[in-house]
Design a protein. Structure first.
Length: 214
């Protein structure tokens, strides 16, 4: 008899569980709908692909070329085909062409006039640099030179004067013939009279010596 009681209780419990878990009819339509379960679809999953980045390697700095020498081992200046020449008296720097084939140096001058002072020959002239005419300068004449151009058989008689100049760190008093070079690209030409014993010329370079601006 007790067995039947236990069996009846078990059946009642199962029935009650089925009732509570069974789908309930819709209050408005009376239609019973099966329960739905939310499932994660593949579309809702974001796919991320990681790309391996290359390792960052420090680039070696570019090697700077060694500066070219401005002097020889025995201290002589190295001059290029063109250089800056500084004139302390007028405090001006002008471009010069270096020509070791020319015997003397030449300086662009206009209104050259000869006169005598204390029994010696002097000249007064105005330097003509970069299309400008400077103030009048008077200097004693060291000597007179006959200059013959390659394009003519006529020789010009020119006064030779000594002028202080500076090229790089070299200060020197050198001889110049006075001639109008205002129509030329370079108002100064440095020849063998300056280059000899103080410099060598490398025609493959230009403006080797630093420009003096003081």
């Amino acid at each position: 008899m007790k067995h039947w009681k236990y069996l009846a209780i078990a059946i009642a419990a199962i029935s009650l569980s089925a009732c509570t878990s069974a789908p309930k009819p819709d209050e408005n339509t009376g239609v019973t709908t099966p329960p739905t379960f939310e499932q994660e679809t593949e579309e809702g999953v974001e796919e991320v692909v990681e790309v391996e980045e290359p390792e960052v390697k420090e680039e070696a700095p570019e090697a700077k070329p060694a500066p070219l020498p401005t002097k020889t081992k025995d201290g002589m200046l190295i001059l290029g085909e063109k250089e800056w020449v500084y004139f302390p008296k007028s405090k001006s720097s002008v471009r010069a062409r270096i020509d070791s084939g020319a015997t003397t140096s030449s300086l662009s001058a206009v209104e050259v006039k000869q006169f005598e002072r204390d029994g010696k020959e002097w000249v007064k002239f105005k330097p003509a640099f970069n299309g400008k005419v400077g103030k009048e300068i008077s200097l004693p004449v060291d000597r007179w030179a006959k200059i013959k151009q390659s394009s003519t058989d006529k020789a010009d008689r020119r006064a030779v004067v000594s002028v202080w100049i500076q090229v790089g760190d070299l200060k020197a008093k050198t001889e110049f013939t006075l001639v109008d070079r205002s129509h030329l690209s370079y108002p100064v030409l440095l020849g063998r009279s300056f280059v000899r014993d103080v410099a060598i010329v490398d025609v493959g370079r230009k403006y080797v010596q630093p420009k003096v601006t003081k």
